[in-house]
Design a protein around this ligand. Structure first.
Ligand SMILES: Nc1nc2c(ncn2[C@@H]2O[C@H](COP(=O)(O)OP(=O)(O)OP(=O)(O)O)[C@@H](O)[C@H]2O)c(=O)[nH]1
Length: 347
């Protein structure tokens, strides 16, 4: 068995992506090549007949839990929770043995309520670990989908990893345009390419994206609020690459940067940020240096569900820089910049 997140917590991967983006194809590839562990697939479709399960090449090692009673995201508090509880009960008495769960959402689902299920329900929180949100993007059609369907934007915004499919159907210039646009929406998620689902499972399983880890990968292209480096303005938007089209995705990535922070003050800044703008904040993660504390403070959240924990100690003083990345619908820069500057200047 390959390194699951922990021997006691069941790893769950959330596979999302617009209609026809290649989710079933990816799962089929995995099931064909993953013989060392047992996987349960939870999938849902609109309507009374679940067509996708008949497309999956299933052998006896794999069980599929179908949810055809509407869309996961609409019934998430009920049906998904119930399905997870049942699976846990069967697993814990040995009636069903499996090593991981994959949830394949309908192409029209917004992942937010599904992700929140893993943080809200007590039993699920104690027994299951959401590993990562993997978003499949149909490179041939995504630009059109983004222009026409907000949910496609949201699926990219929530992603920890993005798997680009159907790159065999476009040329290099078109691919560069797609990658450029994805980066502008979500600059944190690494992008991988695949043709017909042929990608090693290590690229999308056991990513540990929801663990309160110390790592915070930051690429260029964020809007930056950084009082440690830009004392006067405290805020700058990095130059964006030239845009050839007039679209304006309303989800983008933000970065707050500062030196050491006062726990109480950054706590109340975060509290009011989440209170006011949590509905717009898809994903956020921070590694903060707290005055008088040797350990990194890790914060991560999805909308208004936030988790805090202390991580590994800072090695030296120069390392002690606080960073918070937020992937969100447009936030009011000036207002937040001022509030953030106030938070750190009063310290
Ligand atoms: N050319 C090409 N076709 C692909 C690729 N990946 C998937 N497809 C095809 O795209 C179609 C849709 O793929 P699915 O795997 O069913 O997509 P899905 O995301 O499960 O679709 P929904 O369940 O409807 O949301 C199928 O005909 C696949 O064979 C790829 O990388 N290249």
């Amino acid at each position: 068995m390959t390194d699951p997140i922990s021997s006691s917590l069941l790893p769950v991967t959330l596979l999302t992506g617009f209609l026809g983006s290649g989710k079933t194809t990816l799962i089929n590839y995995l099931l064909k090549h993953n013989h060392d562990e047992k996987v349960i697939i939870i999938e849902n479709e609109f309507g009374p007949i679940n067509i996708d399960s008949s497309l999956l090449n299933v052998n006896t090692e794999i069980k599929i839990v179908e949810m055809t009673n509407g869309c996961i995201c609409c019934t998430v508090q009920g049906e998904l929770t119930e399905a997870l509880h049942k699976l846990h009960a069967k697993r814990s008495v040995g009636e069903l043995q499996f090593d991981r769960l994959i949830i394949e959402t309908t192409g029209l689902a917004d992942p937010a309520p599904i992700i929140q299920t893993f943080f809200i329900d007590d039993l699920i929180r104690e027994t299951i670990q959401l590993d990562a949100v993997i978003t499949l993007v149909d490179a041939q059609h995504i630009l059109k989908q983004l222009n026409e369907h907000r949910v496609a934007l949201s699926q990219i915004g929530f992603a920890d990893r993005i798997i680009l499919t159907k790159t065999d159907c476009i040329n290099d210039e078109q691919k560069a345009e797609v990658i450029n646009r994805i980066h502008k929406i979500n600059h944190k998620a690494a992008i991988f390419e695949t043709e017909k689902g042929q990608i090693p499972k290590s690229h999308w399983l056991d990513i540990h994206a929801f663990e309160l880890s110390d790592e915070l990968t930051i690429n260029k292209g964020f809007f930056v609020i950084n009082p440690t480096q830009i004392f006067e303005a405290g805020f700058k938007s990095l130059p964006r690459q030239k845009q050839t089209t007039s679209w304006d995705d309303n989800i983008c990535s933000y970065l707050f940067e500062a030196g050491e922070l006062d726990l109480k003050k950054i706590g109340s800044f975060m509290e009011s940020l989440v209170e006011q703008y949590g509905n717009d904040m898809l994903r956020y993660k921070g590694v903060l240096a707290i005055k008088g504390n040797d350990q990194r403070l890790i914060v991560q959240g999805v909308h208004k569900v936030v988790g805090f924990d202390y991580g590994s100690p800072w090695q030296n003083l120069s390392e002690r820089i606080s960073k918070l990345v937020i992937i969100s619908r447009k936030l009011p820069f000036d207002e937040l910049n001022q509030a953030f500057l106030k938070t750190i200047s009063d310290q």
